[in-house]
Design a protein around this ligand. Structure first.
Ligand code: GLN
Length: 309
C-alpha cells in the first residue's frame, strides 16, 4: 500500500504545476475574485489518519456541496416523503436547467440540481423561520466538521442573492405547481446562505466521514444517520452529484462525489476514506476541473474506485 501522505503531496504538487485550470465561476460575482491557482486536498482515512496538502486549510465556498447535508437533514425530518417532492434520477442537464422542470411538471429530477435543492430547502424550512433553519444547517455543519468556527460567507450570499435570477425563476416555476410551501423569497434566502457556507478541505472531509462509515463518525462514535441512509445518499451522489458530468466522474474517479461551483468536491470511498479537494477553475459542466483530475489520480494510485482496482 503506497504511503497516503506521499500520494497526496505528490498529487498536490502536480496540480499546482498544471496550466489547464478551468474557468472560475463568474455568474456569482464574488466567486470570480477567488485565485485560480489555489489547490487543496484532505483525505481522512478510516483510522482517522489525515493526509493533507496544498491549501487544505483555506476556507472556500462549498456551494452545491451543501446540498448533500441539506438532503441528509430533509431525510431526517421527512424520511422517504422527500422522494415525493424530488426524484432520484440523473438529470443529464445543466445544474440550473429550466426546460426539464416544465416537462416534469415542477418535480425536479434529483435533489442536487438547483431546482431539487431549492425544493429540499423549502421542505426543511417548513414550520420554521428562515433564520432558525439556517442556524440549524450551520450547526449541523459545525457539528460534523467538529469545528464551531465554520461560518457563512455573507459577501458570497449577498452576491448570489443579488444575481440569482435563474434560481428565482426555477423557484417561482415550482411554486406555480405547488411544489414549494413557503414564500419563494424565504426559501431562496435560506438556499443562497447554505450555499455560501465556507469550509476548508480538512473541515469538509471531516464532515463527510459519516458517509464513508455506514452513517457513523468513527472518531466520535456518533451515529448521524442509519447505514442504509448513508448508502443511499452515496448512491445519489454517484449518479447525480456532478450534474451532466456525473457519468464522466464515475468513469474516471469511481466514487460517490458532490461538486460545487466554488471548485470543491467531496468524494466518499466507502469504508476507506472521506476526501475533499478544492481547485476553483471549473469545466464546462460546472465541476472543478483539477479537482476531478486529482481525484482520478488518487483513486488510481490507491485502487479506491468502488468499481475495482
Ligand atoms: N449556489 C449555486 C447556484 O445556485 C450553486 C450551484 C453549484 O454549486 N453548482 O447556482
Amino acid at each position: 500500500m503506497p504511503n497516503l501522505q506521499e500520494v497526496v503531496s505528490d498529487i498536490a504538487d502536480e496540480m499546482k504545476a498544471r496550466a489547464d485550470r478551468g474557468e472560475v465561476a463568474t455568474y456569482i460575482p464574488e466567486l470570480a475574485r477567488v485565485d485560480p491557482a489555489a489547490f487543496g486536498i484532505a483525505v481522512i482515512a478510516a483510522d482517522g489518519t489525515v493526509a493533507a496538502a496544498g491549501d487544505s486549510d483555506v476556507p472556500f465556498s462549498i456551494q452545491s456541496i451543501s446540498k448533500v447535508f441539506t438532503l441528509t437533514l430533509a431525510l431526517g425530518k421527512s424520511g422517504d416523503r422527500v422522494w415525493r417532492r424530488v426524484g432520484r434520477e440523473p438529470s443529464g442537464s445543466p445544474f440550473n436547467s429550466i426546460v426539464q422542470l416544465e416537462r416534469e411538471r415542477g418535480i425536479p429530477r434529483n435533489p442536487f440540481i438547483n431546482a431539487g435543492a431549492i425544493a429540499i430547502t423549502d421542505l426543511i424550512l417548513s414550520g420554521h423561520k428562515p433564520r432558525e433553519v439556517l442556524g440549524e444547517i450551520l450547526r449541523f455543519m459545525q457539528f460534523l466538521a467538529q469545528d464551531p468556527s465554520v461560518a457563512i460567507d455573507e459577501a458570497v450570499a449577498a452576491s448570489e442573492a443579488r444575481t440569482g435570477f435563474r434560481n428565482a425563476a426555477l423557484a417561482n416555476y415550482m411554486k406555480s405547481f405547488g411544489v414549494l410551501d413557503n414564500p419563494v423569497e424565504y426559501t431562496l434566502g435560506v438556499y443562497v446562505h447554505h450555499c455560501a457556507i465556507a469550509m476548508s478541505c480538512r473541515q469538509l472531509a471531516t464532515a463527510g466521514r459519516f458517509l464513508a462509515h455506514d452513517g457513523r463518525d468513527p472518531s466520535t462514535g456518533h451515529s448521524v444517520v442509519q447505514a442504509e441512509r448513508a448508502r443511499r445518499i452515496n448512491a445519489v451522489m454517484l449518479t447525480c452529484g456532478h450534474y451532466d458530468g456525473s457519468g464522466e466522474f464515475a468513469y474516471r474517479v469511481g466514487l460517490p462525489g458532490k461538486s460545487g461551483v466554488g471548485g470543491g468536491i467531496l468524494a466518499i470511498a466507502p469504508g476507506k476514506a472521506s476526501v475533499a479537494v478544492w481547485s476553483p477553475g471549473l469545466d464546462r459542466a460546472g465541476n472543478s476541473h483539477l479537482g476531478r483530475v486529482a481525484l482520478e489520480a488518487l483513486t488510481r494510485r490507491l485502487g479506491w474506485s468502488i468499481f475495482g482496482a
